[in-house]
Design a protein around this ligand. Structure first.
Ligand code: NAD
Ligand code: SER
Length: 317
């Protein structure tokens, strides 16, 4: 691969694991991590502080390092965005334009930009939500993702910008913490289960949502970027699915391994956000176009999370 890879938002839930995978596949000299927050801990690649809204600095980093691929992860997620809609719109849209416009100028060859199941809304078919369907999102986050998808397609069609995208479901991993989404409960529950054997959930016990193990999501992300251009037939964003579960079903899985675990419910505004999203996703288009498949199911995920988080808890005690 020619040129370097820039990850924007590298300190976040996905960025942390994505940088590790990019370094594993291409070497640490190929990867540049960047974030508005200073890096915590050790990174094994170059780190550049960057506010993605500062296009001059982005341009400088891209030209100085010879960056040819950008993974743009900086955004406000669903729950945080609802609390600050105007800023969420600005960050989520202007950040994307800043990257797309450098690609349009020819400075960057390939862009990854994540969309979300939040592009769907309450009028979307809930079960096996198809790739192409009604999209009337009711959150500012969903509106920004839907607009972003259309801008990605526009830049591809009008200017030949090679931008690729996945509609991630809720992502669950043990190496990093989530940053303000509605699906965050499905990570927090494991920490609370290990520390207190009890968790109070802000979603209804029957709130089924599409989810995925972070390792699968990161593999999909790098895999779609490695595809030859002709395999990428969707230039808005691809549906991607792992498995779906409710908080009650997740609690039951955890109880198999921690029998004393107990879940309580205290719903907040995030329950309304979740209620507007699909229960399950049809990702057959991604499977056919570029061979996507997930490896991890719910019981495997539960095992992985508890096995990897419990040593952390034991060593901190
Ligand atoms: P996160 O909140 O954990 O990480 C985002 C990172 O971006 C943070 O480290 C933050 O410091 C950084 N950032 C914020 N503002 C910035 C700015 N102005 N300039 C540079 N960096 C900035 O989010 P995440 O979960 O890693 O999500 C990354 C992307 O994936 C987002 O676009 C999100 O919408 C999308 N996504 C995530 C999920 C999920 O479950 N995590 C699901 C669907 C889509
Ligand atoms: N996991 C994300 C969120 O809850 C979905 O995009 O905001």
């Amino acid at each position: 691969m020619t040129g370097k890879i820039l990850v924007v938002g590298s300190n976040g839930q996905i960025g942390t694991e994505l940088c590790l995978e990019l370094i594993r596949r291409y070497g640490s000299d190929k990867v540049i991590a960047s974030d508005i927050r200073e890096i915590e801990g050790e990174v094994s690649c170059v780190f550049e502080p960057l506010d993605i809204l500062d296009q001059d600095r982005l341009r400088m980093i891209v030209t100085e390092h010879g960056v040819k691929q950008v993974y743009l992860l900086a955004a406000l997620l669903s729950a945080t965005a609802e609390r600050n809609p105007e800023f969420a719109w600005r960050l989520n849209m202007d950040g994307l334009f800043n990257v797309l416009n450098l690609a349009k100028e020819g400075l960057i060859d390939r862009v990854f930009w994540p969309s979300s199941i939040a592009v769907f809304g309450p009028n979307t078919p809930k079960e096996n939500t198809p790739q192409d369907t009604i999209m009337q999102p009711t959150t500012v986050y969903g509106i920004s993702k839907q607009a972003g998808e259309n801008w990605c397609q526009y830049y591809f069609e009008k200017f030949g910008v090679d931008v690729r995208s996945i509609r991630y479901p809720g992502l669950i991993g043990y190496k990093s913490l989530p940053g303000g989404g509605t699906t965050d409960y499905a990570v927090d529950i494991f920490y609370q289960a290990l520390e207190h054997q009890e968790y109070t959930c802000f979603l209804d016990e029957k709130m089924k949502l599409p989810m995925m193990y972070m390792g699968d999501a990161v593999n999909a992300t790098v895999d779609i970027m490695e595809q030859p251009k002709e395999n990428i037939k969707v230039r808005t964003s691809y549906n991607l699915a792992g498995f779906s579960f409710t908080p009650a079903e997740l609690a039951k899985e955890i109880k198999h391994l921690i029998p004393e675990f107990k879940i309580n419910y205290d719903l907040d505004y995030r329950n309304d956000i979740a209620n507007s999203w699909p229960d399950s996703i049809d990702d057959s288009v991604a499977r056919n176009d570029w061979g996507w498949k997930n490896e991890v199911d719910l019981s495997k995920l539960t095992e992985i999370m508890l096995a990897n988080l419990s040593p952390k808890f034991n060593s901190e005690k």
